[in-house]
Write a protein that binds this ligand. Structure first.
Ligand code: UN1
Length: 512
């Protein structure tokens, strides 16, 4: 395969040559200071190099931060509605390029085309939502306790922000971070996951084509220790937003605290779906299959525990397993395929090791469990949809995040027992309950210890205008999406205007 050096990623039209994508710093496509690169390979067929990216280090991060700092001086003064108009235009551009970007994404991370179209759509949704926020950015105006005095609070940008994003939603998650950040007047450096930088390039290209000026968004590609660490340590960077594992979140949080950065951590999940005896069983089965095996189980929100009440337990398993066995696994570019590969060899190894752990613990495997590596599968990282039943909630397979197409089915006695099992876990991102009883549904909303609860729908499928995030080891109290992101990317400034023409003393000048 011939290799060509492009000034930027070829975003439209096919090319037979391997793309070489440079870093994007100060509006220019530049090579890494070290000159080193790495390959982005297709997990469905590792013979294909999707693109080559710069293997960057601290020197590249420093250059990007300098550019972002210079750009901030001007960008913060652009009126927010004008900044937002650029984001709106980017949404329109992404609509035109949706199919190309979805295909790039399927090639770089494996999920099926329907889902990668959904990922691009999520970025479009985020763009429309945040474009609207440019005309709001509301703050409170309150009566002063003193006469002839005006009191209000305004939102101000923070400054230079760093984003570290994962491979599972390679355009949606960068959009959740970049779009509110720039509408609020910040400038950014993004380090996309090394498995999926191309989708971030495609998003940033749309924003650049929509008029976002140079230096406002910079991309530095590479590995966590070489790019993520210097970005998190850099004193000029005032906010860090990470979506990743809880283990990495602990390190990023501790590092960011050293220079008092705003820090938003969106971490792991072990999301429960409860099925009560009175549930619409067909709906619950369909939802469970989508929640567990959609995106090859590689969502923070994936349904990884299905807690089923005893009265319907056997029937649920019988139909769920029969359907799971029929899921068509393969290359996501084939429209008939329902589940793509694991993103890379390491993830596949993790999945397989958890399958072994579960077997050793005594969980009963009734579906899947094997790597697929023959015939059409021989060049990819494919795994069968895997189901364990009769799982004890204390087993590691029921406690730890796998991030693969592996689901544990756990029996429960009643609603109280189901909630106890659901909550007795380190994480708290998403949760779901299937029941026709409105009283039980609302009690579950109150009692499930998670940032998201679905009634009669699986644990996946959050929309961009509501808060996204979780409790306990899933995060540190911030939310993405909706107004939560605006809160994260702004600093409040309280403003008092005294028009009395005399010194007035708050808390002291009071009528007796
Ligand atoms: C993630 O898995 O990190 O709610 C994000 C969902 C998607 C986003 C998932 N809209 O499943």
């Amino acid at each position: 395969m011939a290799t060509d050096t492009l000034t930027g990623p070829a975003i439209l039209g096919g090319t037979t040559k391997t793309r070489v994508c440079k870093n994007f710093i100060d509006g220019e496509w530049v090579e890494s200071v070290s000159g080193n690169t790495f390959e982005d390979r297709n997990p469905a067929d590792t013979r294909e190099v999707v693109a080559i990216f710069q293997r960057s280090n601290k020197a590249d991060v420093d250059a990007a931060v300098d550019a972002a700092k210079r750009a901030f001086a001007k960008w913060r003064l652009v009126p927010a509605p004008r900044r937002a108009e650029m984001v709106f235009r980017a949404a329109e551009i992404l609509i035109e390029r949706k199919e190309d970007h979805a295909r790039d994404m399927t090639r770089e991370m494996g999920k099926v085309l329907k889902e990668t179209r959904g990922d691009v759509q999520e970025a479009i949704d985020a763009a429309y939502y945040n474009a609207g926020e440019g005309r709001r950015l509301f703050g409170p105006t309150v009566p002063s306790e003193l006469p002839n005095k005006f009191a209000m609070a305004v939102r101000q940008p923070i400054g230079v922000c760093g984003m570290i994003t994962p491979w599972n939603f390679p355009m949606a998650i960068p959009s959740w971070k970049l779009l509110p950040a720039i509408v609020c007047g910040n400038t950014c450096i993004i380090k996309p996951a090394q498995d999926t930088p191309l989708s971030t390039f495609n998003l940033v290209q749309a924003l650049t084509d929509a008029g976002v000026p140079k230096g406002v968004i910079n991309i530095v590609t590479g590995f966590g220790s070489e790019v993520g660490t210097p970005l998190t340590e850099h004193p000029t960077v005032r906010a860090i937003s990470l979506t990743g594992s809880s283990a990495v979140g602990k390190i990023v949080g501790a590092t960011a605290a050293q220079s008092f950065k705003h820090c938003s951590l969106e971490l792991g999940g072990k999301n429960p779906m409860i099925v009560l005896d009175d549930a619409n069983l067909e709906l619950a089965i369909e939802g469970g299959l989508w929640g567990a095996f959609g995106t090859t189980g590689q969502r923070c929100t994936a349904t990884s525990r299905i807690i089923v009440q005893k009265g319907v337990y056997r029937e649920f398993i019988e139909h769920f397993v029969a359907r799971a066995k029929k899921i068509k696994v393969g290359n996501g570019l084939d429209e008939t395929v329902e589940m793509g590969p694991a993103v890379n060899e390491n993830q596949l190894k993790t999945d397989l090791s958890y399958i072994e752990i579960a077997k050793t613990e005594g969980a009963k495997m009734v579906c899947g469990g094997n790597r697929l590596d023959k015939g059409e599968y021989q060049h990819g990282w494919f795994l069968e949809p895997t189901v364990f039943i009769d799982v004890d909630p204390k087993m590691r397979i029921a406690q730890e995040e796998v991030f693969g197409p592996v689901v544990s089915i756990i029996p429960c006695d009643d609603m109280a027992n189901a909630i106890e099992i659901a909550n007795n876990i380190e994480y708290g991102l998403s949760s779901a309950i299937y029941t026709k009883d409105v009283n039980k549904a609302f009690a579950a909303v109150r009692d499930l210890d998670a940032g998201i609860t679905y009634i009669n729908a699986p644990t996946i499928g959050a929309e961009v205008h509501l808060p996204f995030g979780g409790v306990k080891a899933t995060g540190n109290g911030h939310r993405e999406g909706g107004i939560g992101a605006i809160d994260f990317y702004t600093e409040w400034k309280a403003v008092y205007v005294d028009y009395s023409d005399k010194l007035q003393k708050a808390q002291i000048d009071r009528p007796e």
